[in-house]
Design a protein around this ligand. Structure first.
Ligand code: 6PG
Length: 468
């Protein structure tokens, strides 16, 4: 009987596409789904070169796969992952490798790793980025788990991942939930860059009344510059998609402005607070989606809380500055997310290699961008770099571009256009480059009202003062 190289549980769009991607690369893959239609239709999609088989039986599925088995779950995060594991468990054996390919919450992964380790089964949490197309033709994949067990997965993952300069956008990241954590922060960065782009669009459209077509051209131009990135590219595409329903103008103008979120951005912020990793731009992006939900209140406030524009900056001037300002903000966002990874790696003992993270984010994923290669080089030069802002080359670029960022932020404020992410990147930059912060006053206040004590900057020790 034919032994299959790999198994996929969950034949929704992601599972099916990844399975077909593996089959394209000559791996034989079995698929399991409780829905008989999904299981049956899989084989119909196969071409002659593909070796694939769909089934609804966990027992048959596990019997098909070469031992030690390598199986990936592509089911929604949360309970479905535990149910899928439970359905497979009776047929699994010591040494088998299970990979959760969803956006699972990293503490859940830690729990599953421990539970399955008791049975000798290796459990991996792996973030997959790139959406449906990525899964089909080359995603960026972020696996974490047992290093030795990764060898069972490596050839398949390296074959199907996106490639940049022939290098696959997948690597073993670290133990336990390292992969899910890296993907979570990837999504936090994704939120902030998306919001940053939205703020640029808002300033131009509402602040200056620039036509959609002209904004579209700006993003198109950016995508052929050092700002080249997947999110800028798709924004240029979105801004030229006509509305087919009305036939009048672009579809974007008819889309409701109440943003939704599945939770990965929120987790990034929540955990950053736990481990004291400052990521103000990502926090601001999460909160902007929250503010967007209060539509009725915003409509009401828009009628009462008026502002008269006193801005003196011309459209031409801002157009020129926006390019440098965007670069400045973008680098500050990645710096925050990557610094969070550095802090988390110590906190959770992941052993992350930031050069490798930058490398696998260069292609396939949603936050892929030309600047990721610069980040890779920065970490290659200094693997222990605590923050990209301390890299000499990037630091110089930021120093040069900060004037534009400051001007643009002032314009946002003058015009009354919200720019939570943009402004927070400038404040972050200014906090990070401040030798002295006013937090001595916070310490004094704490000691004043709560006798919380303080340290002095001129001698060792812990002090308390009777302030009254
Ligand atoms: C990716 C994306 C993806 C994410 C969606 C929706 O890397 O392919 O990050 O994993 O789930 O984009 O995320 P939100 O619903 O939270 O915006």
């Amino acid at each position: 009987m034919k032994e299959f190289d790999f198994g996929i549980v969950g034949l929704g769009v992601m599972g099916r596409n990844l399975l077909l991607n593996m089959a394209d690369h000559k791996f034989s893959v079995a698929g399991l789904d409780l829905d008989p239609e999904k299981a049956a239709s899989l084989e119909k999609e196969a071409s002659e070169e593909h070796t694939i088989k769909g089934t609804t039986s966990a027992e048959e599925f596990c019997g098909l796969i070469r031992k030690p088995r390598a199986i990936m779950l592509l089911v929604p995060a949360g309970k479905p992952v535990d149910s899928a594991i439970a359905s497979l468990l009776p047929y699994l054996e010591e040494g088998d490798v299970l990979v959760d390919g969803g956006n699972s919450y990293f503490p859940d992964t830690n729990r599953r790793v421990d539970e399955l380790a008791e049975k000798g089964i290796h459990f991996f949490g792996m973030g997959i980025s790139g959406g449906e197309k990525g899964a089909r033709f080359g995603p960026s994949m972020m696996p974490g788990g047992n290093a030795e067990a990764y060898e069972r997965l490596r050839p398949i993952f390296e074959a199907v991942a996106a490639k940049v300069n022939d290098e696959p956008c997948v690597t073993y990241l670290g133990k336990g939930s390292a992969g899910n954590y890296v993907k979570m922060v990837h999504n936090g960065i994704e939120y902030a860059i998306m919001q940053l782009i939205a703020e640029v669009y808002d300033l131009l459209k509402r602040g200056y009344g620039v036509e959609d077509a002209k904004i579209q051209q700006l993003f198109e131009k950016w995508n052929n510059s050092e700002l080249a990135s997947f999110l800028v590219e798709i924004t240029a595409g979105i801004l030229k998609k006509e509305d087919e329903v009305t036939g009048k103008g672009i579809l974007l103008n008819y889309i409701s402005d109440a943003a939704k979120a599945k939770g990965t951005g929120k987790w990034t912020s929540q955990n950053a607070m736990d481990i004291q990793a400052p990521i103000p731009a990502i926090n601001a992006a999460v909160e902007m989606r929250d503010i967007s939900k209060y539509k009725e209140e915003r409509v009401q406030a828009s009628k009462s809380l008026k502002w008269k524009d006193v801005s003196e900056t011309s459209e031409e001037e801002i157009f020129a500055d926006l390019t440098d300002a965007f670069y400045f903000a973008m680098i500050n966002i990645y710096a925050q997310g990557l610094a969070q990874l550095t802090i988390a790696s110590k906190e959770y003992d992941y052993g992350l290699n930031l050069e490798e993270v930058a490398k696998i984010w260069r292609g396939g994923c949603i936050i892929r961008a030309a600047c990721l290669e610069d980040f890779r080089q920065a970490y290659s030069k200094s693997p222990e770099l605590p923050n990209l802002l301390l890299d000499e080359t990037l630091g110089k670029a930021l120093e040069e571009k900060q004037a534009a960022a400051r001007k643009v932020v002032k314009t946002f404020i003058d015009k009354g256009i919200p720019a939570s992410v943009f402004t927070s990147t400038v404040s972050y930059f200014d906090s990070y480059r401040s030798e002295i912060l006013p937090t001595n006053l916070i310490q004094a206040q704490r000691d004043f009202f709560g006798a919380h004590k303080y340290e002095r900057n001129d001698k060792e020790g812990i002090f308390h003062t009777e302030w009254n």
